[in-house]
Design a binder for this molecule. Structure first.
Ligand code: HEM
Length: 458
């Protein structure tokens, strides 16, 4: 058995409890004996996981039909799984397998050598040096939207998806993604909705029997895959662009370990998905949050109006960090254990499902004062110096941490600053927002209204 060493200690930690000793949230009195907590999960995915912190503490146990899972709500546990002992965990579980039906063996879903070879090729698109070329492109696309968005009710989900896609296409594909926006909204939207349903509402066998849904899924996926293949073929047919290596497609094709056509397709789809969905959701949260925090919105607007460029916007940066703490778009990461392990003194058997709840860690009162309160000043440098490793992880941690985290932070800052110079988003009177959790955590239900701003003194 492999024993994990929490980093502060030199001595190996002996297990003091097993998974079976961990508390469980209450079972549904009617069906819980058979389903475990699967039905509660179906009703309120993130609510159930978050509830384990209140009923069980930092580590809780769930049973989803016959599968045992450990829910981790502590930074130390997250560090064990995602960093210290990451080699002993893989992504081979039901959630990632479902996502892989769409993304194939892309960077997000694969493991082992294939993952490493592709990460080496894709990483250079996200270095500080490369990012320097992205800022201007991000600003231009944001200005286009700021200039064209009409006053009145606005579909923020649609606008942010379209904007982040255009930026993604320009920055890492060197391609105009405008023609793909309707496709992403429609076909990819359908595919993701069905993946979500199958992951969150998983009932063994029932999913397999839902033939109609599967047909819709395959039809939308087919149309989406055709468009991606066309994108790849078109890019590779252009010798000038191949020589300049400004697109991930050419970088993947130029490398022997990654040029296999299926691999290129899988990586392209993964980048198209991972590179826009999370950033779009983060933007929706930022605008919703600012709409309900007028005091902070005024501070951000004043800072943006007074700034020459976008390099120094500390208040906005803290607002973004705090929004990602309260509403992390990737609110949970899951793993499967390859070999028996000890996590923070708990003996856990091979095959157990691991649920690292980023949402819950970000609201664990042991680490965050008054955790549900929106307070961007938690991220003042003098306050973050006391943070422990794993306490704040909107981009994950360890070797599988987000490859696009720096690009995402630059993108969020640039988009929010550019838009807020021109427009303001408010909640429509009487409309209320609730948290919807699926693969990502989304704000749902609130209608947003856009108005043009009278700029303050610059
Ligand atoms: C606010 C925006 C974003 C958030 C919150 C976010 C969050 C995350 C998280 C938590 C993970 C780790 C998942 C795990 O451990 O299982 C991840 C992985 C990943 N992200 Fe992001 N992400 C964002 C934006 C982006 C962008 C802009 C890109 C690319 C352009 C990107 C590409 C990826 C990829 C490819 C992976 C898999 C990395 C690997 O396993 O090597 N993400 N992201």
């Amino acid at each position: 058995m492999l024993v994990v060493h929490p980093s502060q200690l030199e001595m190996p930690v002996k297990p003091t409890r097993t998974l079976r000793d961990l508390p469980m949230p209450p079972l549904d009195p009617r069906v819980g004996r058979v389903t475990g907590q699967a039905m509660q999960m179906r009703a309120d995915h993130h609510g159930l996981i978050h509830e384990t912190l209140r009923t069980c503490g930092d580590y809780g146990r769930l049973r989803l039909f016959w599968a045992e899972a450990i829910v981790i709500a502590s930074p130390e546990g997250a560090k064990c799984v995602l960093q210290t002992d990451a080699a002993n965990y893989n992504k081979n579980n039901m959630g990632y397998r479902e996502v892989a039906r769409v993304l194939g063996d892309g960077l997000f879903t694969s493991d082992g050598d294939q993952w490493r070879d592709n990460r080496v090729v894709l990483q250079p698109f996200f270095t500080r040096k490369t990012l320097a070329h992205y800022g201007e492109k991000m600003r231009k696309h944001s200005e286009d939207l700021a200039g064209s968005i009409p006053e009145g009710p606005v579909d923020l989900a649609e606008e942010t998806v379209a904007l982040t896609l255009r930026i993604l296409g320009d920055c890492i594909f060197d391609e105009d993604f405008e023609p793909y926006v309707p496709l992403m909204l429609e076909e990819f939207g359908t595919v993701l909705r069905i993946v979500n349903e199958r992951v969150v509402n998983h009932v063994p066998l029932v999913d397999t029997l839902n033939v109609l849904r599967e047909r819709t899924f395959q039809a939308s996926l087919g149309r989406f895959n055709d468009a991606v293949q066309e994108l790849v073929d078109k890019a590779l047919a252009d010798p000038d662009r191949a020589a300049s290596q400004t697109s991930v497609i050419h970088a993947l094709h130029a490398n022997e370990a990654t040029r296999d056509p299926k691999n290129v397709r899988d990586q392209v789809i993964t980048m198209m998905f991972a590179g826009h969905e999370t950033s779009a959701v983060a933007l929706q949260w930022i605008f919703h949050t600012l709409a309900t925090q007028p005091e902070w919105r005024e501070k951000v607007e004043a800072e943006i109006d007074a700034a020459e460029g976008f390099d120094e916007l500390p208040v906005l940066e803290r607002v973004i960090q705090e929004t990602l703490r309260l509403y992390p778009p990737v609110w949970i990461v899951t793993r499967r254990i390859e070999d028996d392990v000890v996590i923070d003194g708990i003996e856990v058997k091979k095959g157990t499902l691991i649920l690292v709840s980023i949402f819950t860690i970000h609201r664990n009162p042991k680490y965050w004062d008054d955790p549900d309160r929106f307070d961007p000043d938690r991220f003042l440098p003098e306050r973050t110096k006391d943070h422990v490793k794993g306490q704040y992880l909107p981009f994950g941690m360890g070797k599988r941490a987000c490859v696009g985290s720096r690009m995402a932070m630059l993108e969020l800052k640039t988009i929010v600053a550019t838009l807020l110079r021109e427009v303001r988003f408010d909640l429509a009177p009487g409309s209320a927002m609730h948290i919807e959790s699926s693969l990502t955590l989304r704000p749902e239900g609130a209608e947003m209204i856009c108005t043009r701003r009278q700029r303050g003194p610059s």
